[in-house]
Design a protein around this ligand. Structure first.
Ligand code: GLA
Length: 434
């Protein structure tokens, strides 16, 4: 489809002050164990679901064989409860020998052989949130070097059992220690989530300089109320959070729970749409071995992913909060395109929301619209009123192409309107499929 070409042309480089490791210029994508598999360490009775190497191997196989990797889902991330309760004789962290008999380095090789990456988890305090050994200030350099020796690609640094002053020293020091290993390791900081997520306690300029992504807020659970409370917090505080994000530095509203038990299909589309608008990291926490095809289709939606992965890396915003319960979100994209989401907070019936592009602050022009979930397309003039029907707790999501500015022409072939426009500004033919 021509639109795909339009979406992937021209990677503009934008000056930022992100962590200088060159990583994660678009939000990272992959799979993370925590929300779905928690701290299940009972490999004797629950061998398929326990935190052990088999779980990560299974998920890697699914990512590589079921079309996920090609869409960008490449990280396989271990969370809490992977380690042994004791460090080794040299003071290094070690994996639980029963659950990870091959060790972490071998697991990293398994990922790399399949074009995937391995992430791991640690904690700034005396213990991880699950009670496993923490890093503490004296072990920062040791642990960074251990992860580099294991060829780890991403590190999530949690904050349980630490305090504000330890965090203030430890998070920047871990950033330096990871860089000093010479191995590019994406760095996810839970620091702001432990400090309320807002200035003056949280310094987003500094975070952008030391971390690639950061958790701002509480943990996601497998429920609609959890998704709602997270999105409400992120959009209530959007004026603080939007400037913090950009290539190499992302706000992290936590994992996608699409494919689990708590969300309806409408709500699953809503999570995917809003995470795309927010330029959020897309880490699924679900069981890729048994996921339904409906949930998979949502997570594998190419247009939603390409909106999330837009090269400008500008986090989108809520532009309207109507009394009717309809909210409208907007994200500017490369090549003068944009994304719109119409979200219904209603719980009664599909709501017919009437508006126009000019009412949503679009300038004069004819716009190509691509509906992300129905895959329908149309052309809309800015001033034309339209109606979108938004289901309860659901969304309508649009990719809006650049306006056809000059030489807007319509082509008839065989008596049928084909609907191509020639844009002589950049000498390209922009199709818009009628
Ligand atoms: C904290 C984090 C979660 C998860 C757990 C593990 O709650 O916020 O994402 O890592 O710890 O114990």
């Amino acid at each position: 489809m021509h639109l795909t070409v339009l979406l992937f042309v021209s990677a503009l480089s934008v000056a930022t002050f992100a962590l200088d490791n060159g990583l994660m210029r678009t939000p990272p994508m992959g799979w993370l164990a925590w929300e779905r598999f928690r701290c299940d360490i009972d490999c004797e009775n629950d061998p398929k679901n326990c935190i052990g190497e088999n779980l990560f191997i299974d998920m890697a196989d699914r990512l590589a064989e079921d079309g996920w990797r090609e869409l960008g889902y490449v990280y396989v991330n271990i969370d809490d409860c992977w380690s042994s309760m004791q460090r080794d004789k040299d003071g290094r962290l070690q994996a639980d020998p029963k659950r990870f008999p091959g060790g972490i380095h071998k697991l990293a090789r398994y990922m790399h052989d399949r074009g995937l990456k391995l992430g791991i988890y640690g904690d700034m305090g005396t213990h991880t949130c699950g009670g496993y050994p923490g890093t503490t200030l004296d072990k920062i350099e040791t642990d960074a070097q251990t992860f580099a020796d294991w060829e780890i690609d991403m590190f999530k640094f949690d904050g349980c059992y630490s305090n504000a002053s330890v965090q203030e020293e430890g998070y920047p020091r871990m950033s330096k220690a990871l860089n000093a290993t010479g191995r590019p390791i994406g760095y996810s900081c839970s620091w702001p989530a432990y400090q309320g997520g807002l200035p003056p306690k949280v310094n987003y300029t500094q975070l952008g300089e030391i971390c690639n992504l950061w958790r701002n807020y509480g943990d996601i659970q497998d429920s609609w109320s959890s998704v709602l409370s997270i999105t409400d917090w992120f959009f209530e505080n959007q004026d603080v959070l939007i400037p913090a994000a950009g290539p190499g530095r992302w706000n992290d509203p936590d994992m996608l729970v699409v494919g689990d038990f708590g969300l309806s299909m409408e709500q699953s589309r809503t999570q995917m749409a809003l995470w795309a608008i927010m330029a959020a990291p897309l880490f699924m926490s679900n069981d890729l071995r048994t996921i339904s095809s409906e949930a998979r289709n949502i997570l594998q939606n190419k247009m939603a992913i390409s909106i999330n992965q837009d090269v400008l890396g500008i986090q989108g915003r809520r532009i309207l909060k109507e009394k009717s319960g309809i909210q409208v979100f907007w994200r500017p994209l490369a090549n003068d395109a944009s994304a719109l989401v119409f979200f219904s907070r209603r719980t009664d019936m599909p709501y017919r929301y009437q508006t126009s592009l000019s009412k949503l602050n679009y300038t004069t022009g004819n716009y190509k619209i691509y509906d992300v979930f129905t895959e329908k397309t149309m052309v809309l003039k800015d001033s034309t009123d339209f109606v979108v029907s938004v289901n309860p707790t659901g969304v309508v999501m649009w990719y809006v192409g650049a306006p056809a500015k000059r030489n807007f022409r319509q082509f008839y072939r065989g008596g049928r309107l084909q609907g191509s426009a020639y844009d002589d500004e950049d000498n390209t033919i922009k199709e818009f499929f009628l």
